[in-house]
Design a protein around this ligand. Structure first.
Ligand code: ATP
Ligand code: MG
Length: 160
């Protein structure tokens, strides 16, 4: 489905803003060109709501969550960056596996599926997802997606 990226992500960020209220500041920044993006609405929603919800969940109230969208020639790069608790280096490589949770989460509840689902959706979309983090400093997740999803139209056309 041909998506208007700006519209899609403005709506998504607006929804998240309503959810977090004034507990967190959500910064949304777009750079580069907003060319046609052929993608699956449902997959994109799944990817970015999981990532934004982690950024919020693992940040203290008052923290800032940044969402950057950078349009390149043939792909779009996304950064989701928080100033939260961060993840110890030793835990970082396993977090994309189902039910894997870091030793950083302490009593914060969760099932350990968000990143695994996000990664599966990113891969369906022909893209890449990586994470970098420092304890006490925050976490940055980078997603890159080709502007043309390799598997073509996935969502029912009523979604368009
Ligand atoms: P849920 O299934 O509800 O999303 P979860 O958040 O624990 O549960 P994932 O989203 O897969 O599961 O994240 C896996 C683990 O990665 C988390 O338990 C946490 O240890 C770590 N993590 C993920 N995102 C962040 C983040 N932004 N800051 C700090 N730790 C994070
Ligand atoms: Mg999660």
């Amino acid at each position: 489905i041909l998506l208007d990226l700006l519209q899609f992500f403005s709506d998504l960020i607006e929804q998240e803003r309503e959810t977090v209220g004034d507990r967190h500041e959500l910064i949304f920044q777009i750079t580069g060109n907003n060319q046609d993006f052929w993608g699956d609405r449902g997959l994109l929603q799944q990817i970015f709501t999981n990532l934004i919800s982690n950024a919020i969940k693992y940040s203290p109230d008052g923290g800032t969550v940044e969402f950057h969208l950078i349009g390149k020639e043939s792909q779009v790069i996304f950064y989701i960056k928080d100033q939260g608790i961060g993840i110890p280096m030793a835990d970082q490589e396993n977090l994309f596996q189902s039910f894997s949770r870091g030793s950083n989460v302490d009593t914060i509840p969760g099932t350990g599926l968000g990143l695994a689902i996000a990664k599966a959706c990113v891969e369906l979309h022909g893209g890449n997802i990586t994470l970098s983090s420092q304890v006490g400093q925050g976490t940055k997740v980078t997603v890159s997606l080709p502007k043309i999803c390799p598997i073509g139209q996935l969502s029912p056309s009523s979604n368009s």
